[in-house]
Write a new protein. Structure first.
Length: 156
């Protein structure tokens, strides 16, 4: 296995055709931008990700939460199979407005009402369940997990 510096040197020594082939091998599709420096950076990044194992599950979950809080419309350029802000927003809105969530926490009964735009807890409106969970506990939680809306996965 090569280190990042050696890999970068090898990529810089490639012809443009070889670099295009390396890009397709790394990403599974041709690049939209065919500038050498762009392709070198993207292929090097993908190879480093493969070497180190990429983002942890905790980081991926947090990234999905942050994306869900964005209010962006990426339109038709979003890629199928990825969690774009438009899809994340749709996923977050699976709870119908008016739904009440309850959860005991350290002797208190935490009650949240789902609104058309956000969530209400103790008279305040929050953009996400995670924000409410953090306000209640003082530490970061996945809001859907905190309120028991996610299924536990088998650790197989």
């Amino acid at each position: 296995m090569t280190d990042a510096r050696t890999d970068l040197d090898d990529l810089q020594a490639m012809t443009t055709g070889e670099l295009l082939d390396a890009y397709v091998a790394a990403w599974g599709k041709p690049p939209r931008v065919k500038r050498r420096d762009h392709m070198i950076k993207r292929v090097a990044w993908k190879r480093e990700e493969a070497r180190t194992g990429g983002l942890s599950k905790k980081a991926r979950d947090r990234l999905e939460e942050l994306i869900a809080e964005l209010d962006l419309d990426l339109g038709p350029r979003s890629v199928a199979g990825t969690l774009t802000p438009a899809r994340a927003k749709k996923k977050a809105s699976t709870l119908p407005a008016g739904t009440t969530l309850r959860r005991p926490w350290k002797g208190r009964d935490i009650v949240v009402r789902v609104l058309d735009q956000g969530f209400e807890h103790e008279g305040e409106t929050y953009r996400s369940l995670s924000a409410i969970a953090k306000a209640v506990t003082g530490s970061h939680w996945n809001g859907r997990h905190f309120f028991g809306l996610t299924k536990k996965r088998d650790s197989a």
